[in-house]
Ligand binder design. Structure first.
Ligand SMILES: *[C@@H]1O[C@H](CO)[C@@H](O)[C@H](O)[C@H]1NC(C)=O
Ligand SMILES: *[C@@H]1O[C@H](CO)[C@@H](O)[C@H](O)[C@H]1NC(C)=O
Ligand SMILES: *[C@@H]1O[C@H](CO)[C@@H](O)[C@H](O)[C@H]1NC(C)=O
Ligand SMILES: *[C@@H]1O[C@H](CO)[C@@H](O)[C@H](O)[C@H]1NC(C)=O
Length: 355
């Protein structure tokens, strides 16, 4: 399924082709602003709307379910004192976002991204069990330990419960808080996200024009390489397991990005997730977008949009209010670290001598 070192070279070629073809993709949605040949998109976080971007909010104790997803109770310039009924905070915020998109310059667009991390997977349990050093230098490269397997890791019973918490959050927020339902759903192709998205969004009372039909996006996945938990299953397997899901154009049968001996660096991951944002902002003109993804890729998106770091527990959801401005000229350069070989173990990673 995932490539062995022997076909490393073939993989390398495939990566180049995938990157080149990125902007050649055409989507079923209406055509939208495209990136000028010498241009780039400047993403910034609109602050003061969600608690998560406030430096005084502690990510490790924050609970999105008890805080209305962190939506701050405030007024907006678009609030109308004479509305026929009392609007919820989300309805007032939605009016404001709609107003901004209607009145902004042609090269500016606003979106709200609902970013969910997958529920706990078997690889999360194994990393905690062995400790991160032993996980990174040894166990992460194996498919499992004989008792548990973690290649393209599945979610644990706790992970299922966490996704059910997210489901209940959406049930309640759609019914009582007037939260705008996602208009588009995107998911990482890794099993833990495919399943989390299904458990979270299936069976909700959604607007008829916005059914839960996620699009599987290659670039939304976790850091590439070395760890078998981050190597995806085949397109056929994903299709057979989640027949209602759609694939982005060009989605390959076998994982074209994972390499057994090079782990993607953090700065490479930011470049990759910026490409994902460029793709979504260029091809999808909808405003309220759901991503089901991973801690590393959500962290990379936060970095790409100038949001402060905000780590999510497994199964947690965080919103971001993003301004995108299409710019002429060249993007300011930043340094990109190369990928790295797996670290060498400094002590025996196996808890007891292997027989
Ligand atoms: C990107 O946009 C922000 C907010 O509009 C602005 O402050 C910043 O200068 C822009 N960056 C560049 C490089 O133009
Ligand atoms: C955030 O909360 C954790 C857990 O209660 C605590 O250990 C940490 O010191 C807090 N961080 C800050 C900056 O207050
Ligand atoms: C906003 O106010 C409501 C009650 O009116 C409260 O339940 C909620 O926690 C508040 N949200 C924030 C982020 O302060
Ligand atoms: C395999 O790892 C799991 C934790 O992921 C642990 O509970 C189990 O005991 C391990 N099996 C062996 C044979 O060490």
């Amino acid at each position: 399924m995932c490539p062995s070192p022997a076909i490393f070279a073939a993989c390398f070629l495939a990566v180049g082709i995938l990157v080149l073809s990125e902007f050649a993709w055409s989507k079923e949605v209406s055509p939208h602003l495209s990136i000028p040949s010498a241009g780039w998109i400047n993403y910034t976080t609109m602050t003061g709307f969600f608690l998560q971007d406030d430096p005084t909010t502690n990510a490790s104790t924050f609970d999105y379910t008890t805080t209305n997803l962190g939506l701050i109770n405030r007024t907006y310039p678009t609030d109308s004192p004479r509305s026929k009924r009392k609007l919820t905070q989300w309805e007032k915020f939605e009016d404001y976002v709609t107003y901004l998109n209607r009145h902004s310059a042609r090269n500016v667009e606003y979106k709200v991204l609902y970013m969910g991390r997958h529920g706990e997977g078997y690889h999360n349990v194994a990393e905690a069990f062995y400790g991160t050093p032993a996980w990174d230098c040894y166990w992460s490269e194996l498919d499992g330990n004989g008792t548990v397997s973690w290649d393209d890791a599945r979610i644990t019973p706790l992970g299922v419960t966490q996704a059910e918490v997210a489901h209940n959050f959406w049930v309640n927020s759609l019914k009582n808080a007037g939260i705008p339902a996602p208009q588009s759903y995107y998911t990482s192709p890794l099993s833990r996200c495919l399943e989390t998205a299904k458990l979270t969004f299936s069976g909700l009372e959604l607007p008829h024009k916005q059914p839960f039909i996620p699009i599987v996006k290659e670039l939304l996945r976790e850091a590439l390489g070395v760890h078998t938990c981050d190597c995806r299953s085949s397109k056929s397997y994903i299709h057979d397991t989640y027949p209602s899901y759609l694939f982005e154009p060009g989605f390959a049968e076998n994982d074209p990005l994972w390499l057994p001996n090079v782990r993607e660096s953090n700065s490479q991951q930011v470049v990759r997730l910026t490409k994902l944002l460029d793709d979504v902002f260029t091809h999808d003109d909808r405003t309220w977008i759901s991503f089901t993804s991973h801690s590393g890729s959500i962290g990379a998106i936060l970095k790409a949009i100038g949001h402060r770091p905000f780590s999510l527990r497994t199964g947690a959801v965080t919103p971001v209010f993003v301004k995108a401005e299409w710019m002429k000229g060249n993007k300011p350069t930043s340094s990109i670290e190369p990928g790295t070989a797996p670290p060498t173990c400094t002590s025996n990673p196996t808890p007891s001598p292997t027989p």
